[in-house]
Design a protein around this ligand. Structure first.
Ligand SMILES: [Zn+2]
Length: 332
């Protein structure tokens, strides 16, 4: 990604330095990792990295055996620590026990004392969620991934005092896309498309950096074979909306300064993005029901209001630009 400015995914502070594989924010001291798919990053350089790694390797052969091993580790101490809970959480997800995994991640968060490396715990959870979604889809089991993710992301946000939801959805998306591209989902090619369709509105609404959202849209347009000439016949309206939104962001933000981008980023958090989620849902629903467009109509003051106007209205809302181009981010 050739961004002019990289922002801390937690506090929105500018990041100027990069260490091996991660960035450190000068403002809040939190690390953020470049790769979003290394689920064992929380164990890196710890004295038990190899031991817990070996337990996680056993998961592929026998999750029951892995559970025995991590339980033995946890029984040997008075108070299990964060890394033990997160490791057992991963074992539980492989067993299809996402409820138990959730309890472990919650306990792991509770006993976490140093929040500077919280990003390293988002990735294993996203991997666990991905594995859970795959298991549930393959076995046709009832599961509400969005509810599950929102609950866990909120627990992280409350613990760390920073917005985490967008990071969860983007990391999960990244994990799924990597799995899809590596052929891991070859037997179930529908899983990838199904899950992207589900999490796409969340990415659009909770992705605090619109530049990352534009990058994700670009990839999705490719994965969903979007063709601007045939999207109606192809039944690809959702991607058409994404394509329009991408163009609006690019057009409206063309001359934004780094400071301007940072102001927009800092304005949005999990609480006020909740409103964006509502508007994204309305936009998506308008694919099937034209009359819904009239509900988003107040976003713009225009005669002959159409979908393109609605998308532009949404883009302006996100970018904090008034109808006549005034920069509202300074007051926001
Ligand atoms: Zn920061």
């Amino acid at each position: 990604m050739a961004f002019t400015i990289r922002l801390c995914p937690f506090c929105g502070g500018a990041i100027n330095s990069e260490e091996a594989g991660f960035f450190v924010c000068e403002e809040c001291d939190k690390r953020s990792y470049r790769s979003r798919t290394y689920s064992r990053v929380y164990l890196q350089n710890k004295p038990y990295e190899a031991d817990y790694g070996a337990i996680l390797d056993v998961v592929d052969i026998s999750p029951e055996k892995a559970l025995e091993q991590i339980n033995a580790v946890m029984d040997s101490v008075e108070e299990p620590d964060t890394d033990m809970y997160f490791t057992r959480g991963l074992v539980y997800t492989a067993m299809g026990e996402e409820g138990k995994a959730h309890i472990d991640w919650k306990k792991g968060l509770e006993v976490m004392t140093d929040l500077r490396n919280i990003d390293a715990y988002i990735m294993p959870v996203c991997r666990g969620i991905m594995d859970t979604i795959i298991i549930k889809e393959r076995e046709f089991l009832d599961f509400s991934p969005l509810e599950y993710i929102d609950t866990i992301a909120t627990e992280f946000s409350l613990k760390a005092g920073v917005p985490c939801r967008g990071l969860f959805y983007l990391s999960l998306y990244r994990d799924f896309r990597t799995a899809y591209q590596s052929g891991k989902l070859d037997d179930d090619d529908e899983i990838y498309q199904n899950i992207v369709v589900k999490i796409l509105p969340k990415i659009l609404a909770y992705g605090r950096d619109y530049r990352m959202v534009v990058d994700a849209i670009d990839e999705m347009l490719e994965d969903f074979h979007y063709n601007p000439d045939t999207y109606i016949e192809d039944d690809n309206m959702m991607m058409h909306i994404c394509d329009m939104l991408k163009s609006e962001y690019q057009k409206l933000a063309e001359n934004f300064s780094d400071a301007h981008i940072e102001r927009i980023y800092r304005h949005w958090n999990d609480e006020n993005m909740f409103e964006l989620e509502y508007w994204v849902d309305e936009l998506m629903k308008s694919i099937k029901d034209d009359s819904i467009l009239q509900k988003v109509r107040w976003l713009r003051t225009k005669e002959n209001f159409n979908l393109e106007d609605a998308v532009e209205g949404y883009a302006r809302k996100f970018l904090l630009l008034s109808e006549d181009g005034e920069d509202l981010s300074k007051e926001a």
